[in-house]
Design a protein around this ligand. Structure first.
Ligand SMILES: [Zn+2]
Length: 101
């Protein structure tokens, strides 16, 4: 597992027109992350680019296959978006990743 830090940009819009949220004070320790654009604090989307997924299978006696384990390596950047208004919240990705259980 290899996670690269998201590339945080300062500009308001990136080349795809997605709004970039600059790191701010809106996420305090112990508080919920909420989208600065729309206030959503429940639904978030993580997008990992250039991912290699390796899955090991066991073939059963009837010829079917059962996945036994998988491993993924992220080679590209990982970005975090608000799932409601799609604002780019990658500035919060590091904190977000620490809070996944
Ligand atoms: Zn939002």
């Amino acid at each position: 597992m290899q996670n690269k830090k998201p590339d945080i940009k300062e500009s308001v819009n990136d080349k795809s027109g997605t709004r970039i949220v600059v790191p701010g004070s809106s996420w305090q320790a112990g508080k919920h992350l909420s989208c600065p654009e729309c206030g959503n604090d429940r639904y978030f989307t993580e997008v990992a680019h250039d991912v290699t997924i390796i899955t090991n299978y066991v073939q059963n006696s009837d010829g079917s296959f059962t996945p036994k384990s998988d491993d993924s390596t992220i080679n590209g950047e990982v970005r975090l978006y608000c799932a409601v208004c799609h604002a780019d919240l990658s500035a919060y990705y590091h904190r977000f990743a620490e809070m996944i259980f």
